[in-house]
Design a protein around this ligand. Structure first.
Ligand SMILES: [Zn+2]
Length: 100
């Protein structure tokens, strides 16, 4: 019997593309213009397909100015009172989330 493979859904394809874009953003993290462009493109894809960004990607750029975070360069991460405090050095936005 022929193997019946489910073809990927639009959301699965979108997630694949987001993955590729974040991979490129990481490789081009030395160039903020390029890295931020990759973030903008993957945000567009996620919004178009009404997807929530996977957490690891969601925390790799600024939620306010969407700058791709490069630790030590435009991103500060500190731990205080059981929370991770992430500061964007581009716009100054502070994000706090619980530490597990
Ligand atoms: Zn920012």
């Amino acid at each position: 019997m022929a193997q019946h493979r489910k073809s990927p859904t639009a959301k699965e394809i979108a997630l694949d593309r987001i993955e590729i874009l974040f991979d490129q953003a990481y490789k081009n993290r030395a160039d903020p213009v390029l890295a931020n462009r990759y973030v903008a493109l993957s945000r567009e894809i996620a919004m178009r397909r009404r997807l929530r960004m996977p957490r690891s990607y969601r925390r790799s750029f600024c939620p306010v100015c969407h700058a791709y975070f490069v630790p030590g360069k435009n991103h500060r991460v500190r731990i205080q009172h059981g929370k991770v405090i992430s500061t964007c050095k581009v716009c100054g936005a502070v994000t706090r989330y619980p530490l597990h």
